[in-house]
Design a protein around this ligand. Sequence first.
Ligand SMILES: [Zn+2]
Ligand SMILES: [Zn+2]
Length: 138
Amino acid sequence: MRITKEEWYMQIAETIALRSTCNRKKVWCIIVKDWLIISTWFNWVARWEAECPENWCSVSDSSWCHTIHAEINAIINTARLWVSIYWAEIFVTLKPCSDCSRALINSWISKLYYKWSSDKYETWHNIKIEDYIETFKM
Ligand SMILES: [Zn+2]
Ligand SMILES: [Zn+2]
């Protein structure tokens, strides 16, 4: 059976999240405009670092996580290519945290599709992304 475009983007996202450099959590996102993939990335450490320090970034303590979140990396990549993400849509495996939510809102992203949400981020959230961006849980 033929899957929907939304399911297709999310399946791509899940598969390629395996490129993440975080030992604790692997997140991927795809930015789509007019149904074309215009940017993508995973949660990634700074370019010269191999991955999150194994003993530091753990399930019990994420305070040493070195990654730049997937959404921020995807936004950064559009700047490298001079691509506009105005009114684009984003597919992300994990619901954006507060900082990423703000960045997406100010990037004028029109729609957010996400798969999982983190309790920790929910409690940290002092901004409701749903109030600004049409949001769908898949
Ligand atoms: Zn990490
Ligand atoms: Zn984030």
